[in-house]
Design a protein around this ligand. Structure first.
Ligand code: MRU
Length: 345
């Protein structure tokens, strides 16, 4: 990593530095910690699509910074600006944060670059504060649900600082548990096919010094049924109005297994991921990422040439399997009959 960028980014996954967007290139981790400087909308869209920046809150911040880049390049209105903004909003479909944050800053375009950038910075700061709040609320809830004894927490995908700006969502709760001496260990699932759990979550757990053991995705349900974890917690890409929650493929299997094993299953996501305009999980568009990442592992083929695939990147966990939704502003206890509607933020 370029020393200057590293120092300026600190523990953040992305930021606005020296008049441009700087982000950790997550495709290179864990082997290499490198940064990208993103000066154009095309580069931002490409970075979002190939998952150099990923995770719902992080792509929301990236999208908002992207609109600032677009206004700088194309001015305060016009067809070029409109198509740049549309490309940003549609770079990935499932995480609501991306389109939502692009929509939040777009009306400010007419007031110029500085105003758009200031709002994008405000979004970044809100996500930073949200991560701290979710960590505390989630750790308090786990103490209430599981008692004061340290717990083993299972999780999937990457929900740490890389997926937000700093600290994270579900992984922020795990970090807070660790800081409070309430974590026995974390069990991150590897997260096929792009291995966000193996590549990124273990890297973040190592950096925070939290005990953990990596598990293959298919071991999750079996380990839960044998009492290896006391809680499952994941992030979300979109929480529908009825509490159904889209998250990385494999989350639904963990929620089913957690219910079977009598283990609490928690969704941890900021209010920016709650989508009141989407009634239920059935209305959430699930990104299909095509064959390439399923039939090969890096350069090596893992299926014969010509193999057809289905590759949904996300699944939807129905609200009834979710013990509680923890946001930065509220804890909605489905297990006590509460809903997002009865407990507004
Ligand atoms: O495809 P990804 O890596 O962007 O998927 C990310 C997830 O599924 C995360 O769990 C989700 O965005 C919540 S992260 C704070």
């Amino acid at each position: 990593m370029n020393d200057t960028n590293e120092m300026q980014l600190g523990n953040r996954s992305l930021d606005w530095i020296d008049d441009t967007v700087v982000m950790v290139d997550q495709t290179k981790l864990p082997g290499e910690l490198t940064t990208l400087r993103i000066d154009t909308v095309d580069d931002m869209v490409a970075a979002i699509k190939r998952l150099s920046v990923r995770g719902a809150p992080a792509i929301g911040v990236a999208g908002a910074f992207g609109v600032a880049v677009a206004v700088r390049a194309h001015g305060t209105s016009g067809p070029e600006l409109d198509s740049a903004i549309a490309a940003l909003a549609h770079a990935r479909p499932t995480a609501v944060n991306l389109a939502k944050m692009v929509e939040r800053v777009t009306p400010l375009a007419s007031q110029g670059f500085d105003v758009v950038l200031a709002e994008a910075m405000a979004i970044r700061d809100e996500e930073l504060a949200a991560s701290i709040a979710m960590g505390n609320l989630g750790a308090d809830l786990i103490a209430e649900l599981c008692g004061d004894q340290p717990v083993t927490a299972m999780t999937i995908c990457n929900t740490g600082g890389l997926a937000t700006v700093e600290r994270g969502t579900a992984l922020a709760v795990i970090q807070t548990l660790h800081e409070r001496g309430q974590l026995t260990e974390a069990l991150p699932c590897e997260t096929r096919p792009l291995l966000q759990g193996a590549r990124l979550t273990t890297w973040e757990l190592q950096r925070m010094g939290a005990p953990h053991r990596l598990i293959v995705d298919s071991a999750g349900p079996a380990l839960l049924s044998r009492g290896h974890a006391q809680v499952v917690l994941t992030g979300a890409d979109r929480v529908a109005a009825n509490g159904d929650s889209a998250n990385k493929i494999g989350t639904f299997s963990l929620a089913l297994a957690a219910r079977y094993a009598g283990v609490p299953f928690l969704i941890v996501a900021p209010e920016s991921t709650v989508d009141a305009a989407t009634a239920s999980g059935a209305d959430i568009e699930i990104e299909d990422r095509g064959s390439e990442e399923v039939v090969a592992f890096g350069e090596r083929a893992t299926a014969p040439d010509g193999t057809d695939t289905l590759n949904p990147a996300f699944d939807v966990t129905p609200a009834e399997l979710i013990t509680a939704i923890v946001t930065d502003k509220r804890v909605v206890r489905h297990d006590q009959g509460q809903t997002l509607a009865t407990h507004p933020a």
